[in-house]
Structure formats: C-alpha cells, structure tokens
Design a protein around this ligand. Sequence first.
Ligand code: NAP
Length: 291
Amino acid sequence: MEINGYTRICGVMGNPVEHTMSPAIHNTLAEATGENLVYVPFHVPTGHVKEAVEGAFALNVLGCNVTIPYKSEVIPYLKEIDGLAEKIGAVNTLVRLEDGFKGYNTDMPGLYRAMCEDGVELAGEEVIILGAGGVARAVAMLLAEKKTKHIIVMNRTPQKAEQIAAEVNRLTGTDLVEAMALADYTKLSEDRNYLCIQATNVGMFPKTEEAVMEEESFYRRIHTGYDLIYNPIETRFMKLVKQSGGRAFNGLKMLLWQGVIAYELWTGKEIGKEQADLAYVSMKKAMGIVE
Ligand code: NAP
C-alpha cells in the first residue's frame, strides 16, 4: 500500500510487544478492505502507560490494541469504557472518540465468535474452566452471559477459583458459577457431559509436554476441549481430550477474531469470511505454522 498524508495509524501497546501477531492480522485486513491504514507495534516502557494513551490520542492514532501487562492499567486513562470490558476489568482495544479513547474487550467476543465458527455451543452446556487467572475470570463472565447451564472453575489454588465464582455470580446476579479444586474432579458427573475450556498457561511453548490435568478419567467426562493456548497448535491437553474420544480446538481462532472485531470497531467496516480467512492465513504464516 502507498503511505501518504491520509494514512491512519493503529497499533498495539505492550511490553514486550516484539512477538505480536497483530500486525499480520490488521495490515492484511487493511489491504483486503482497501483502507489507508497501517498497524505497528508500540513498545511502552514500565510506568509510561498514561503518556502512551495521551500521546497516541494527541498523534491522531485511530485505535490501539493493548496487551500484556497493560490491559487493566490503561483503564484510568480512558474517556469511556464499554460495559463488558468494565465487568471483565480488562481492556484490549482502544477506539478513538472526539475527546479521548473508549476501551473495549474484544478477547471474549473473539472467543465467542471462534467457538461459533468451530461449532461449539454454549447455551445449556455444563462447562469446566481450567484455571482462575485473568482470562479464566473473563471466560466465566462470558459464559454466564451466554446462557450456559452450569460453570465450574477448577484451579490449582482453589481460593482463586472461589473468588471468581463469588464475583461473577454477584456481577451477573446468578448462581451459575461454582469453584472446585483440581483434585476434586471425581465429584464431577461420570457421563461425557462437559465442555472444558483450558485457560491456564500450562502446556504453552516451550513446556509443550505438560497439561494441567493428566487423569484419563477426567478426560472421559469431556465431549469438547477448547484450549486458549495457540503455541503449540496442538497442546497436550488437546491430545488427551482426543485420546479419550472428545473433540479439541486451540486458541488460534480466538486470536484472529479478537483482532477482526477490533478492526471493525476502528473502521466501521464489517469483515466478511473471505477477508477473515486471509488474515488467518497471514497470522499463521507470521507464526511459522505450516499446515
Ligand atoms: P494468569 O492470570 O497468569 O493465570 C494462569 C493460570 O494458570 C492460573 O490459574 C494458575 O493457577 C494456572 N497455572 C499456572 N501454572 C500452573 C501449574 N503448573 N499447574 C496448575 N495450574 C497452573 O494467565 P492468563 O492471563 O489468565 O492467561 C491464561 C492463558 O490464556 C495463557 O495460556 C494465554 O496464552 C491464553 N490466552 C489466549 C488468548 C488467545 O487469543 N487465544 C488471549 C489471551 C490469553 P494458580 O492460580 O494456582 O497459580
């Protein structure tokens, strides 16, 4: 594309930010939609988030993604925050308004969109979330809003799972979420009843031979395993789900769709399946994934 006086800038703020796949997604979408827009990484040093947000606005930046470790830290510097992002307590997308940025969370809508694409139902489902970190909390919030029947948060540190259950139940006015220690999995129904979302970082590159749960009798209860990890593309968790007769997915499509939804917010353009597929191919190429 030709960069000229009308070119708009978007980017991603983070630290570190050098390994981001987002430029591949957004620059492909800009080309596919004919938008005069470039997307670049912004390495923001510790302690400079306020200046980064204000500086980006002053420089007429159209929009920004926010990644580790700033997803919560940016919130005080926003003009507005979307309701879902506020409940989740994490913002990964800044959208330019007249007088500042509005913060959104596209990670959870991205996960939902990815699950729809993969044919994974949520309504009426019994769901296990493995992990009780920032992402697990957001997933519990998403699931509570998508009419799931029951949500069990299982974590190595049970107190953290209990905190999530109490908080999500309070925020959603439900009693859908229950906490359980990993070791108590035998209390689960023995039927193949569960969708299991893997939201710990166990099994992530380079420790690809690890899974947070090893017991075959746990995996026999799972009909669908959804790992949020995307490197490696097949985790040990996914292998164990498949070995026990379930189907399994990785977090690549979540990564794609969080980006597509941010792009739609910035440009007001709706991204079709063909354009999203192009971005998916670029993203996988940037990651060195050959299929
Ligand atoms: P986090 O806040 O650091 O939470 C990590 C979780 O993993 C905690 O529940 C922790 O348990 C558990 N854990 C870590 N090591 C463990 C071990 N050895 N045994 C048992 N449990 C262990 O992380 P996060 O920000 O929520 O991210 C979680 C995952 O989501 C990451 O793998 C990340 O790659 C993935 N993610 C994917 C996308 C995407 O687009 N696909 C986007 C965002 C995040 P304790 O509480 O007991 O310490």
